[in-house]
Design a protein. Structure first.
Length: 233
């Protein structure tokens, strides 16, 4: 008699999948429409016909992720598995109301991005001291943006750079973006709090959703790392 064996549950990618990229692009496009005045201006000024070059991945010799017993950083696949395991452990600790801290280097975050076939190659993160810089080069043809074809945006790329500083006491409800640059043009940094038409929600509400999914109650950026906290309450 054959026995059906259920496959193991798929691990979530948090905010590294296609749905989140679509949301980010939609929010940013709505902001630049408010600044530029029309989708024609957005296409010509804020979008590019070429992708931006993404920085090289963090070298394997990055010492921030090497333990005293190791002589080199883990291989890419091993790193991804180890980072996912850390995030799962953090989620379990939050569910058990345990206080814990989880540290992520730029290489850790980039490993998660690269692991997803829908987001790989479209984003890269670097951390210099207490400043995180995220770079995006997202081809709109890969996303289900509602007005993409109607306004001739399918052949365009959203090339953007976002700086984030998160001092102690930062959480999903108060985190702020620093400088936001799209195709070389500075746009308002308060994009997180702009309401998305038809949803009644801002981009911040989705950040809060993902933070709650993993039980993250706070975080900070320092010493070249993102440090996520669960409060234990």
């Amino acid at each position: 008699m054959n026995t059906l064996v259920e496959p193991p549950p798929k691990r979530g990618m948090g905010c590294f999948g296609k749905g989140c990229l679509t949301l980010v692009v939609l929010a940013i496009l709505l902001v630049v429409v408010g600044v530029g005045g029309s989708f024609l201006t957005v296409r010509r000024v804020y979008l590019s016909d070429k992708p931006a070059r993404m920085p090289e991945a963090s070298p394997a010799s990055e010492t921030a992720s090497v333990t005293p017993q190791e002589t080199s950083a883990p291989a890419p696949n091993a790193r991804r598995a180890e980072v996912r395991e850390r995030l799962d452990t953090m989620k379990q600790a939050a569910r058990a109301h345990e206080q814990t801290d989880t540290e992520l280097t730029a290489a850790d975050i980039n490993a998660l991005i690269a692991a997803n076939r829908k987001s790989g190659g479209t984003a890269s993160v670097g951390i210099d001291g207490d400043v995180l810089q995220a770079q995006f080069s997202i081809p709109l043809k890969r996303l289900d943006v509602p007005f993409r074809n109607a306004f001739g945006l399918a052949d365009r790329y959203l090339n953007a750079t976002v700086n984030i500083v998160a001092p102690p006491g930062t959480n999903a409800s108060n985190v702020q973006l620093g400088e936001v640059t799209i195709n070389g043009h500075t746009v308002p940094a308060n994009v997180l709090d702009w309401e998305l038409p038809g949803t009644g929600r801002s981009l911040r509400t989705y950040i809060i959703k993902y933070a709650n999914q993993y039980g993250v109650t706070g975080g900070e950026i320092r010493d070249g790392k993102v440090i996520l906290h669960t409060s234990g309450h």
